[in-house]
Write a protein that binds this ligand. Sequence first.
Ligand SMILES: [Zn+2]
Length: 547
Amino acid sequence: MENDDQDRELARYAAAAKMKVFSSQADLDPKDKPHPALVEWCLQRDGIVVMQSGIILTSNPTSRDVQNCKTMMINQGLRPGRVCAATTQLLSVLLANVEGAEEIEDQQRVEKASTEISAQQKRLRILVQEAVEADVSDLHIEVRADVAKIRFRKYGELYLHAEWFPRLGRELASVAFNKETDHATAHFNPMVPQDASMPLMLGTKEIRLRLASMPAHGGFDVVMRILGTGEEGTIPELVQLVYTPEQVYIIRRAIQMPHGAVLLSGPTGSGKTTTLASCMSMVRETRKVYTIEDPVEKVVPTVTQVPVNTGKDDRSFASFGKAALRMDPDYIVLGEMRDEDTANVMIRAAITGHLVFSTIHTNSAPGIITRLVDMGISPVMLSDSNVLVCLIFQRLVAKLCDACSVPVTQAPAHAEDLERWRKIFPDHIDKLMARGETVCEKCHSTGVGGRTVVAEVIWVDEQGRSYIKNMEILEWEKYLRKMGWQTYRDRTLEMVKEGTVDPFDAETLVGEISVYDEETGFDYVQARTSMEEEVAKKRAKDSSQDK
Ligand SMILES: [Zn+2]
C-alpha cells in the first residue's frame, strides 16, 4: 500500500515536471544494468538505483539521496547521468536481478579478510572482472583532460564500455602500476611509456594481465591485456580452430614424427599460442614435453611449462632450450624464435632426435625460410632432411555476427564497391554478406561475432628441400600451388564467398582483392581503365548533385 502511495506521488511529480516514469525494464536500454560498484550503496538506501550508464533511477526524485548519490559518484570518479523517475516495482526488480549481489558481498568479505585494499583497488578489480566476464582480450583506459574512456576489445574490435571522470582513470592507472604489479617499486609516470605484468586475485581466481602505458596529448593511455586465468583453460581442437581437413591431416602427421621442427608463424595476436596448445594436447601422455614460454599463457596439464624472462641473458629462450635438451625430453616447444641463438637451439634439438615446435614472425609460411636465413641459418642446414617437417602460417579474420549481418547487395557501406564485387565474385554475389549497421546487442554493434583462423600449411617434402637448399622460394610456391596447396589468401576469399566474412574485413587481411590473377601478373592497362571509369563516374555524380 505504502508503495502505491509513493508511486501516485511520483506520477504527480513526474507529470508536473513533464518527466516520463519508467515502469518496466522495457523502458531501459537492455544492455544497461545496475552499476556493480554502487549496488551495495543502493541496497542500503530506499528507492534509488544507479545504472552502469550513469543514469540515476529513483522513486523519490526530491529526496536528498539523489544529491548524495551524485556527490558520491563524483567522489568515486563516476559521471552521474540524468535523473529519471522510476516505480518502486521496477527498482526492486532491477536490484533483485543483480547477478550475485550476495557474491559481491562475499567477495568483499574475502578481500577484507585477506588484505585491506583501498577503494581504488576494489574499483580496479571490478573493472577487470567486467572485462573477464565479457570475454574481452584487452582493456583500454584512455585518460584525457575532460574524460576517461574505458574501451574493451573483443574479437579484434573495440567498443565503449564506460566513460569516467579523468580522475578515476588516473587513480586506477596509478594503483595498478604502483600497488598491483609484480615489481611494484616503480612509480607510475604518465609522461613516459611503461610496462609491467599484474597478477590480480578475483575472488579465488588469479587473473594475469600485461600492462603498458603511453603518454598522449592531454593525458595518457593504459592498455591491459588479459593473459589468462593461470588455470586449465579449454584447449580447442585444431578442427574447431577451422583448419581445413588437409591442414589438420598434415599437422597431426607432423606431431607423430620422431624428430624435426614444426614452425608456426603469424603476427602478434594471431592465435599462435592457442594452436601450439592444441598441438601439445594431442601429444601422448607417455611423452615428455618441455615448453619454454614468455609467459605461460595456457596451462596444458600433461606438459612441463617453463616461464622465461627475456630481459635476462641467463634466462632466455636459447639458454632454457639448451637446458631442456639435458632433461631427457621427447618434445621441446621454444615459445618464440627471435634470434640466431634460439634458431640454433631449434636446429640442434631437431637433429639430435627431438621434435621441436617454435613460433616466428613472418608474413607467409614460405617466408619462414627467408626469415631463418636472415637470422644467420644456412639454407643447407635448413634443407637437412632431419630438420624441417612442417611450416604453418596463420592469421585471424573477423567473422560476421549472425544476428545483424546483411547481404552485401543491401549494405550501404558497400554501395560504391558493389560493381567491383560483382566482377570479382560473379557467381557468389548473392551469397556475400556484410557487417550490419543497426544497433545489435549480441555484438555490441561492432558487426563481428567472433574470429576464425585462416592458415596455410606446408609439408616440407623432398622436392621442397631442394627448393630451400637453392633458396628458390618463388619456384617452390609455384610447385606447391600445382600440388593443390591453399594460401591463407585463398582460404580468406573462400570464406567471403561462403558469406561468413565481410569482403572489407578480408581486404584488411590480404590487401586489395582484385580481378587480376596473381599468376598472370598485374594488368596496368586494366587498372588504368577502371580508374578512369571511377573518375568519370564521380564527375557525373558531382555534376548531378550541383544541379
Ligand atoms: Zn550483431
